[in-house]
Design a protein around this ligand. Structure first.
Ligand code: SF4
Ligand code: SF4
Length: 298
């Protein structure tokens, strides 16, 4: 309901060119099948060792106190997932599914009658631009069937790829995480030049869709007035008049644990309501509509 107009089906692609330190979907970083491990439902204390016994790569060991220890470097290269099939408690899960273009479009067509007149599909992730060859074929089939298509993207792709995909998109959320090139790189792993230049190129291309910029707002990273004023300048210069500020949250933090990754934002990053409203006012005072959280007007 909050990822585009009306009621929608969301498709989450795997693979992302960014690796944001606060990411809520880190399971979508790698463009291949891989496992997640939920230690809270693992029955190692009851003596279960089933995963260790079937793993052909010796990736799971148990510490002296009995706790499982996973060699994540080995598991990330695995293609058999024997442990997932044997785990009696769903503590180990394989978190990626593969579809052909036709299989995915069949699911979207199944949902067609549930969307109402305004809804459609939102392609998210990860970043759908990573699998652009597959994605464009899905988009063409949606287009033929007059399905409304939205995207949530980092905007980080070669410009010809970005513009080719956007040709089929009706509504776009494109993230601008930080206007400072170096800070963008510190937080996401890549700088912002390609993203900003893709947004500019999209505006100049005569694209007829609706573009809302988006910023996950993180204390000490991008919640300064200075960053807001730079973004306002960029938006005004490019005739962009809508932004959605998302308040920092930790809903994805357990997934970092389940992937064997260290999450840096356990104790910081929170932005107060007052700060969010202050930032909103800066945009509004400069004639840019600013939505906070899931309040984007569709
Ligand atoms: S994902 Fe593969 S390598 Fe890792 S524990 Fe399971 S079977 Fe072993
Ligand atoms: S098979 Fe599942 S429940 Fe048993 S030890 Fe392994 S992860 Fe835990």
């Amino acid at each position: 309901m909050h990822d585009g107009p009306g009621c929608r089906t969301n498709v989450f692609f795997v693979g992302c060119p960014l690796q944001c330190k606060w990411c809520a979907n880190p399971e979508s970083w790698i463009n291949k099948k891989h496992i997640m491990f939920a230690d809270k439902v693992c029955k190692w204390e009851k003596g279960c060792r089933a995963c260790r016994n079937v793993c052909p790569h010796g990736s799971i060991k148990f510490a002296d106190n009995g706790e499982p220890m996973i060699n994540w470097n080995v598991c990330r290269e695995c293609e058999t997932f024997d442990c997932v099939n044997i785990c009696p408690n769903n503590a180990l899960k394989q978190c990626v599914k593969e579809y052909t273009v036709d299989e995915l479009v069949a699911i979207l067509r199944r949902d067609f009658n549930n969307w109402g007149s305004e809804g459609g599909v939102t392609f998210s992730g990860g970043d759908p631009l990573i699998q652009h060859e597959f994605f464009v074929e899905v988009l063409k089939k949606c287009h033929e069937r007059h399905i409304h298509k939205a995207i949530e993207t980092s905007g980080y792709a070669k410009q010809d790829v970005f513009l080719k995909i956007m040709k089929y998109i009706d509504f776009a959320f494109v993230d601008v995480k930080n206007m400072d090139k170096e800070k963008h790189k510190q937080g996401t792993g890549v700088d912002n030049e390609l993203i900003l230049s893709n947004i500019e190129a999209l505006k100049k291309s005569g694209w007829q869709g609706r573009l809302v910029l988006r910023q996950p707002t993180i204390a000490g990273y991008n919640d300064s007035d200075e960053n807001a004023y730079k973004l306002i300048e960029f938006m005004t210069k490019n005739s962009l008049y809508e932004i959605n500020l998302l308040k920092f949250h930790r809903l994805g933090s357990t997934k970092w644990d389940q992937l064997g990754k260290d999450y840096e934002y356990n104790k910081h990053g929170d932005v107060s309501e007052e700060k969010m409203e202050h930032l909103q006012k800066l945009y509004l005072d400069n004639d840019i509509v600013c939505y906070i959280g899931d309040n984007t007007a569709f």
